[in-house]
Unconditional design. Structure first.
Lengths: 544, 489
């Protein structure tokens, strides 16, 4: 009996030791197949040990973060806990700023509640009046751009894409914050519809159409746990879009043919919000309708070139219809930044905007309701400038400028691992999301630069005003061109490049940068439209 | 390093125990010492040298003190040894506080402030300083002989399970265990179960509640906040409705208990895995019928320390006047308040506790007895909850403002659906806090904590512990890293 007792103690203890080593073994060998976590996050780089970083505890902090992201079976244990939170409390650790937890397992995109209660504007403007003014200006700009492009034979129109909150508000959570209480203020979706109609801006309001068909449509317009419209609804929307274009451009396009509906739960619906939750098992969902999108193959139909500028709703359409059959070319400028479906460019900044616009038959601005506060990501202003049109709407008000500077700094912070490290710590300390902390820091930098006079306000009487960084970048580009045209200068640059083991391009840019800085210091570089010089600190800002 | 970190749970602990149990008994103490130094050096690299030097100095001073026959020299050496321990504690923990106050006073007279570079508080200093004091005084009082080996003494001071946040182990309680102890497989297993219980208390209860408390009252350490953040917290406190205020302070009351008791469980469990029997630190403090009883049940090793090394030397209750007796009591609690943190709110907290203790002696205890057991438990609990305001909110004006909000009676409707995770966790915390009010609860507690398990119980406990451990790992990594409250003390 005694012997047996010792044995089971020993076995349990041995099992315990094996258990404690399982994560290490998994980390080293990956012996158990584990599905990776879903969602985008900035991975913590493996820290380099140094006595300095150890002494200041930076190494320990970093390694702890690194380990928490890389230990064996991490995915499984986190998913297990998330599943518990979801099953019992209908939540996970994904913050409410990333997901809105609706009723009955419905999920919404961030901003859904505030947009539904018409309070989303506060992220973009000081008050509803300012938001109205900004939206109105943008509508006027759109009208101007539409008229200019029309003269080149290009049809510009806005597609008001539906957002889930307005189509399915019945599943929005009840526990809305007090900040959503009170009278609705302003909503871009309603304001734009009214303003576009009043001004005559070409637009297709798919949201209104979705609202109209919601009760009669025998298919889901949005999936329960995804952000975007359902595949079948997107197909219907694409068909409507083509018809609208035919009408607007007075052309005959290939008609979309929507195949028979199939009820299916094997095909993956849009469940991008659910995937962020990283659960062990999927949330129960109804079957959704799917269909194949083809064309009638009309050989007489024209295949226009269309530029799509917008958010991710276009992806669902792009995946559903044979784009190459319907359009001759359909480049997609995602958030007016990254270029898709066009092998020539990766970024909007690389292309010749005027040339692209006037060579297109259609340009569509394709933003869903919660994204319509973004002012088309600056597309209209850039387009007017590229087309050498004086922006008579006049233009950049302070909020635009500050917001753009904030966004620029957010980009810089996100691209700097050391800054992100700092921010993650601050976020943890202050119990903010990392996104909020990044934005707060960016805001702080901009405020600081304004207070210190580092950031120069764009001249109000200059209709093609630009910020200091853009101006300097243009000056650098101009100098690069000038230097490139001088063989003796290039010879010297090549020598420098060889001496300092740089590429010629890098050496050329460095030289140009130096020339511009020198001009600034000497006061010979003048801000366009003003007599003020530019403070050299402009390029030095960053997280202090 | 903290117990609820990935580094500890996933790397340090498995590797440590594997090597520790493989090694022959003779060298286990050396390995434990080495591991403890690594453990401490990981979290406080700049202080490790101070720690080692002070430990070595103390060891030789105490040996000298023990050997000398001259009473005067003995007393002097004892004083120097204590001065080193308390001096380091005072310098690191109260240096900033003292200088800030001196400069404030100088400011009133428009004098130049004294220059002072802010110093960081080394983790665990309050605990190991006290342990070295017990060593010196127990040796001085001839309760125990001093250690023969420096490594054994160093191990007593820096042993990693109790180095950071206790329990404060008196030298006389552990001296023999350091020299000779046995670790049975059942001890190793039950030690692990205890560790997991503590981990669950910390991660699944205290951290969940603490996150919500921080949302309302801001982070527990206001030193790290900017003026704007402080203003934001002040604004939040000034406008909080009574329902939210009561929820927040009840939540904090549970959070601090489960956080600290969880840490103690983990320390006791780790110790038991190695064959140590550390003293218990908590005995269901929230079922106390009086404040005096509460302090006998809350952070017991600290209360014992204060009693033995402060209250008794002050004369205890054997003093000439009643007034002096009450002063001694009140003073001990004032000091214990200050021990919890170098800020005036902690002084107020300690002073209030002292007042309630004196009130207990004068009339409150009799009043509670008349109330009956259950009402007096809840009355005492209410006092604890209210005094916690001064503990949690590091500015007295804000604490007072918060108390006013508690009694502003502008209650808003309570919705369970607003935060079911918090409320369920609070209910679980309340259930376990008051579980031992019943005989059944006491019986269960005794079975789980203090009885040797049979085979069936071992198998059940093993499986449950493994699941709970995995669950805690998930919680820790899903919600991010969470430091303990008590590390600042």
């Amino acid at each position: 009996m005694r012997k047996f007792k010792i044995k089971y103690d020993w076995i349990l203890f041995a099992l315990l030791m094996v258990f404690l080593f399982v994560p290490i073994i998994q980390e080293w060998t990956g012996i158990f197949p584990v599905k990776p976590m879903k969602g985008v996050f900035v991975p913590t780089p493996k820290p380099e040990f140094s006595f300095e970083t150890y002494k200041t505890n930076a190494y320990q902090t970093q390694i702890d973060k690194y380990t928490s992201e890389n230990f064996g079976l991490r995915e499984t244990v986190i998913k297990l806990y998330n599943q518990y939170l979801w099953d019992f409390f209908h939540k996970t650790h994904v913050s409410k700023e990333q997901i809105v937890y609706g009723k009955d397992g419905w999920l919404y995109q961030p901003g859904a509640i505030s947009d539904y209660y018409q309070k989303q504007f506060r992220y973009y403007a000081a008050d509803s009046a300012q938001m109205a003014s900004m939206l109105s200006k943008e509508a006027h700009r759109l009208l101007l751009l539409q008229q200019v492009l029309e003269s080149y034979g290009t049809h510009l129109f806005v597609c008001l894409v539906p957002a889930k909150d307005l189509i399915y508000p019945e599943f929005l959570p009840d526990d809305k914050d007090t900040i959503y209480e009170g009278e609705p203020k302003i909503s871009a979706r309603f304001f734009n519809e009214e303003e576009f109609t009043r001004l005559g801006v070409n637009h297709l309001n798919l949201e209104q159409w979705f609202l109209r068909i919601k009760d009669t449509a025998n298919f889901a317009l949005f999936p329960k746990t995804g952000m975007h419209w359902s595949r079948y609804a997107a197909l219907q929307a694409a068909d409507t879009l083509v018809r609208y274009m035919e009408n607007l451009g007075d052309i005959n396009m290939k008609n979309l043919v929507i195949g028979p509906k199939e009820l299916d739960n094997a095909r993956n619906p849009d469940d991008n919000l659910e995937s962020l939750l990283n659960l062990l098992r999927p949330i129960s969902k109804p079957k959704y309708y799917y269909a194949e999108g083809t064309t009638d193959g009309d050989p007489t139909a024209s295949q226009p070139k269309m530029i799509v500028i917008g958010d991710s709703f276009w992806w669902v359409i792009a995946a559903q219809i044979p784009l190459k059959e319907v359009f001759s070319r359909v480049p997609y400028w995602y958030y007016n930044s990254t270029v898709y479906y066009d092998n020539r460019y990766h970024s909007v900044d690389e292309l010749n905007l005027a040339e692209e616009l006037v060579s297109s038959d259609f340009v569509v601005l394709f933003y869903c309701a919660t994204q319509q506060y973004r002012m088309n990501d600056g597309f209209t202003q850039k387009a007017l400038k590229a087309l050498c049109v004086k922006d008579s709407v006049a233009v950049m008000d302070s909020t635009d400028f500050v917001e753009r500077e904030i966004q620029r700094n957010i980009g810089k912070i996100l691209a700097t691992p050391s800054s992100m490290e700092n921010i993650r710590e601050k976020a943890a300390l202050n119990h903010k999301t990392v996104e909020k902390a990044v934005r707060d820091d960016a805001k702080w930098i901009v405020n600081y630069q304004i207070q210190e006079g580092i950031l120069k306000w764009p001249s109000e009487d200059n209709h093609t005003s630009m910020d200091s960084t853009t101006f300097i970048e243009l000056e650098i580009q101009r100098t690069i061109k000038a230097l490139s045209a001088k063989p003796e200068a290039m010879e010297s640059i090549r020598e420098k490049a060889a001496k300092y083991s740089k590429t010629v391009e890098k050496a050329l840019r460095d030289d140009a940068h130096w020339v511009v800085n020198y001009k600034i210091q000497q006061g010979t570089l003048i801000w366009p439209g003003t007599t003020k010089d530019i403070n050299t600190k402009t390029e030095n800002h960053g997280i202090q | 390093m903290v117990f609820s970190s990935n580094i500890f749970l996933l790397y340090f602990m498995p590797v440590f125990f594997l090597v520790y149990f493989i090694l022959p008994r003779k060298v286990r103490n050396y390995f434990l010492l080495l591991a403890s130094l690594v453990f401490y050096a990981w979290g406080a690299p700049e202080f490790i040298i101070h720690l080692i030097v002070s430990v070595i100095a103390n060891f030789y001073l105490v040996r000298w003190m023990n050997k000398t026959e001259k009473p005067g020299l003995k007393k002097l050496l004892c004083g120097i040894s204590i001065a080193i321990s308390i001096g380091l504690l005072f310098y690191f923990k109260y240096g900033n506080f003292t200088m800030n106050n001196i400069n404030s006073v100088l400011g009133w007279f428009h004098a130049e402030p004294l220059k002072w570079t802010k110093i960081l508080l080394p983790i665990g200093i309050s605990f190991f300083s006290f342990q070295s004091v017990t060593y010196t005084l127990d040796t001085y009082r001839k309760v125990n002989e001093p250690m023969d080996k420096l490594s054994d003494y160093m191990l007593y001071i820096v042993m990693f399970p109790q180095l950071i946040a206790g329990p404060i182990v008196r030298y006389c309680d552990i001296a023999d265990q350091i020299r000779n102890r046995e670790s049975l497989y059942t001890d190793r297993l039950q030690g692990f179960y205890r560790f997991v219980i503590g981990l669950c208390k910390k991660v699944l209860i205290a951290d969940v509640i603490g996150f919500q408390v921080d949302q309302v009252l801001g982070p527990s350490n206001y030193d790290v906040l900017t003026t704007e953040q402080l203003a934001d917290i002040a604004n939040k406190i000034a406008t909080i409705d009574s329902t939210s205020a009561w929820i927040a302070i009840f939540a904090f009351t549970f959070q601090i208990y489960f956080d600290f008791a969880g840490y103690s469980d983990m320390a006791i469990g780790l110790g038991r895995m190695m064959g140590f029997k550390f003293p218990e630190n908590f005995d269901n403090p929230y079922v106390s019928t009086t404040i005096s009883e509460f302090w006998r049940r809350w952070h017991q090793t600290f209360s014992v320390f204060i009693k033995n090394y402060l209250y008794f030397p002050l004369g205890g209750s054997r003093v000439k006047t009643e007034a002096r007796k009450y002063f001694n009591l009140w003073f001990c609690f004032l000091i214990s308040g200050l021990w919890h943190g170098a800020a005036w709110n902690f002084v107020v907290y300690g002073a209030l506790q002292g007042i309630f203790i004196c009130a207990d002696k004068l009339f409150l205890k009799r009043f509670n007895e008349r109330l009956g057991r259950i009402p007096s438990v809840f009355f005492t609990f209410l006092i604890i909850v209210l005094t916690r305001c001064f503990f949690r909110i590091e500015r007295i004006d804000l604490s007072w403002m918060f108390i006013k909000r508690l009694f502003a009676f502008d209650f808003t409707p309570f919705h369970f659906s607003d935060n079911p995770h918090l409320y369920v966790t609070m209910l679980v915390a309340a259930f376990f806090s008051f579980f031992t009010l019943s005989k059944f609860g006491l019986k269960v507690q005794d079975k789980v904590y203090f009885t040797d398990y049979n085979r069936r119980q071992h198998i059940i406990a093993f499986v449950v512990s493994i699941i709970a451990f995995v669950f805690c790992l998930g919680a820790l990594n899903a919600s991010g890293f969470s430091p303990f409250i008590y590390f600042r003390f």
